[in-house]
Design a protein. Structure first.
Length: 166
């Protein structure tokens, strides 16, 4: 059985799932979702060194110490999905790109980018929150509290961008 961890963060409850090899799912849960009461955090983290690393990197992200994630991700189901994922992951920390810009980079269509972002199984890790509309407005976001969460993530990255160094 694949370990699942509900983990509270500054922006809400995360649902994390991993196999022995890959991070399978990262979801930012809607505000109405409450942490299950019978979860043994220490036991789950002891059982899964990958989930332990995911939690460490997410915590470091929220404290402005990690600017990209280095985790083994479940491969995308299609070559096109992998191309879109790679293009998303190449958007620099603290910056945004339009659906159209990403579509050109991934050799896809803007609507396909929007659909891929809406179905992104790895919220935050694959940074679909960095995709905005061509007019600079935020567009949609399917995780957490929607565009409120998206705006918070973009603002957080812009705030910590100055401490980023290669």
């Amino acid at each position: 059985m694949m370990p699942q961890l509900y983990y509270p963060t500054i922006i809400g409850l995360f649902s994390l799932q991993a196999s022995d090899q890959y991070l399978e799912r990262v979801a930012i849960m809607p505000p109405a979702m409450k942490k299950p009461e019978k979860q043994d955090l220490a036991a789950i983290l002891k059982q899964s060194s990958l989930l332990k690393e995911v939690v460490a990197q997410i915590e470091a992200y929220f404290t402005g110490k990690v600017f990209s994630f280095d985790l083994p991700l479940q491969p995308a189901k299609t070559a096109r999905g992998e191309a879109i994922r790679q293009a998303l992951c190449q958007i620099p920390y603290g910056e945004t790109a339009s659906y159209r810009q990403l579509a050109m980079k991934a050799e896809s269509g803007a609507r396909a980018i929007g659909q891929a972002c809406a179905r992104n199984p790895l919220a935050l890790i694959v940074p679909c929150h960095r995709i905005i509309k061509a007019d600079g407005s935020l567009g949609q976001y399917s995780a957490g509290e929607g565009i409120t969460t998206k705006a918070w993530l973009i603002d957080h990255e812009r705030l910590h961008r100055g401490s980023f160094s290669l």
